[in-house]
Design a protein around this ligand. Sequence first.
Ligand SMILES: [Ca+2]
Ligand SMILES: [Ca+2]
Length: 496
Amino acid sequence: MMVHIYFAGLLALSLGASSKAQFVQPIELNLMQEPQRSAILANLPIGTQCELLQKVDSYWLRVRCKGLEGYVPAEHLGPEKPEVEKLLKTVKKSGLDARERLDFAARAVTLSVGHSRARAALKKYYLDYQFDRLPDDSDGAFAAERHIECSSPSKSNECLSDAFFPRSLFASRLLERRGSLFIGVGARESFLYVVRGTVRPSSIGTAGGISFVVHSQDFEDLDVRLIADVLGFKLASEPGNTVRYVSDGVRNFSRRKTGSRLELIEGEHQQVLVDLDNHVPPGEGGEIRADLRGDLLLDLLLVDDFDQDGRDDALVQVDNGGNHFPPGYLFASVSPEGKPVVSKVFHDSSTPPLIGETEGRLSFTFIDENGEKVFVLEKGEGRLVAERPYPVLETVFEYTAERLWKVAEDRATSPGETKQTLKYDLDEDGRPEIIECQGWERWHGLLCEIYRANRKLIGTIGGCKRVGVLPQKTRGMHDLVCDKNIVSRWNGTLYP
Ligand SMILES: [Ca+2]
Ligand SMILES: [Ca+2]
């Protein structure tokens, strides 16, 4: 599931009776026609002075800004005019989390774009914030380890960058490592793409090779221009009279384009490509998910000429806002005759695709527990052009969710209440370790705990269709496998 982050305001409003002057605290703020979702009257940059007219409730204020009367959330106005030096002091205060520090640094740079200490702070806190989301931010992603060849360990950052951000597609890229954690950021056109994961020297293949796990990946939805600038990236300028997509989203401070309508603006001409209030895009196979009507949200992820016909196309994520179904992905574009073309939802996935190149065209690679699927835009639809199923690692011992579900059925009980106690001597010392599995109904998988013979807990594996013991060992203990090829290795104390 996509994580939405905003530069939210942090400064509480103090309603001084004497002073009605209030200042916009976040990097930008929408002045709304009505409280709640309504038309945007104006976009107010940080430091804009407003006059407080009325406190509507604990959340909304009626204000006059730039000569216009409208509504803003109270938490985003404050009596003090924001200043760079004050913000740079605030950013170092104890007790703030990584996102709050990032937010204050972003405010400082917005106030003074050329301020070198503010720029350095924003770069530092942006990277801190990304590392802070590791290693726990796996968020439903499948943590399969992948291996790449690399000529020498000193080139491993470059090899890793090439794997995520091929030079032919990404004008700028950055790879930062802290211990075994890494963050990759690539810039393409006017978008940033972020990959977070862990890396280690590969134990297979030639020397210099690396093994990595992608924990999460996103199109950046923070203020992309500001961040690209302090990272030293050059982004393409926003197109002027050429094809451009927008939506009616009013997600306050994120500049990501999100909403219920996808529109195309071409010079003076404007047309609606998708309007979720009137039609739901067909899902995989063409059927319409009418059950989702009203709950859907569009996210514009990337605009580029994917099929090289000279017209821009958009990659759109259709999010149902819940955990029950992963978001779907579709393409929207305009035919050379000027007609809107919206594809079916060509794939569902909890994480957006990695961008790559296949047969000279932009391609989109989705990864799940079964392997990788690569799509391109062709004749107005998403077409599967390559499928790389993960190999099934051979085990010396295994147990499957299917077997446990069968046991539960035979006992006329639920899989969640069905426990199976298995034994395997993982370090071959003559005393078998205990692998205790029960059903995890939400994921239709196994949840297994691994114990020493004396019942000391040494690991937990969850959400797997299959749990097995591999022939090879690490530090004297057999490696374990979840699903087809997700390997867990003994670290000397436990299976992490
Ligand atoms: Ca095109
Ligand atoms: Ca043993």
